[in-house]
Design a protein around this ligand. Sequence first.
Ligand SMILES: Nc1ncnc2c1ncn2[C@@H]1O[C@H](COP(=O)(O)OP(=O)(O)OP(=O)(O)O)[C@@H](O)[C@H]1O
Ligand SMILES: Nc1nc2c(ncn2[C@@H]2O[C@H](COP(=O)(O)O)[C@@H](O)[C@H]2O)c(=O)[nH]1
Length: 205
Amino acid sequence: MRKGLLIVLSGPSGVGKGTVCSVLRQKMPELVYSVSATTRSPRQGETEGLNYFFKSKDQFQDMIARDALLEYAQYVDNYYGTPRDFVEKTISEGKDIILEIEVQGALKVKEKFPEGVFIFLLPPSLDELKQRITGRGTETQAVIDHRLTVAREEMSLLRYYDYAVINDEIDAACHRIQSIVTAEHCRRERFLADYAELQAVIEKA
Ligand SMILES: Nc1ncnc2c1ncn2[C@@H]1O[C@H](COP(=O)(O)OP(=O)(O)OP(=O)(O)O)[C@@H](O)[C@H]1O
Ligand SMILES: Nc1nc2c(ncn2[C@@H]2O[C@H](COP(=O)(O)O)[C@@H](O)[C@H]2O)c(=O)[nH]1
């Protein structure tokens, strides 16, 4: 069976990854969403198993020791990681999966899955990024400042990604990501065309 696409969506805190992903999930119900593990405390309205698997530090370290994480990273004051089995099972069933993760983790995924599709979500400006993360109202000013400092480092690693998508408007950003996914499927068809008749023509050329 053909493997599904492993899509990684990164970008600085507050750029709108979570917002874009939740709209994408409505527009592309066939796209599977990877739920991460984290040591961060739940925000108001967040649900165990839906937004994150919330873990203690000991539980998270146990996941690392069991090699249960495809990647993990320490981001600001907490650990975040992608459960391995779910990702591997999903792509082996031919389904596309999206990981919404920060840059250090994304680069680790790239080492293991260079065939993945790496998308960086950018803000229209740094001022807008500050307004979004502040306006969300979920972090203290100290954490916001730390996240904005990390954001500058993260944006300097944009060159390792396959695509940059500016999140100016949510629907427009989603449309760009949908176009990338469609294009990546078409790109893979070059290698996967499995109609004997077509293959014979392609090989002769
Ligand atoms: N295109 C947009 N235009 C205006 N506001 C937006 C847009 N996209 C997201 N937002 C708003 O920006 C804030 C941050 O968005 P969101 O929580 O999705 O960011 P994030 O990248 O997932 O952040 P984090 O990495 O910290 O989890 C939210 O209040 C959201 O409503
Ligand atoms: N390396 C990983 N980064 C992850 C994962 N899950 C989420 N994240 C990223 O962490 C920051 C902070 O998230 P927040 O929910 O506390 O705002 C953000 O950039 C997320 O994308 C993961 O499994 N691995």
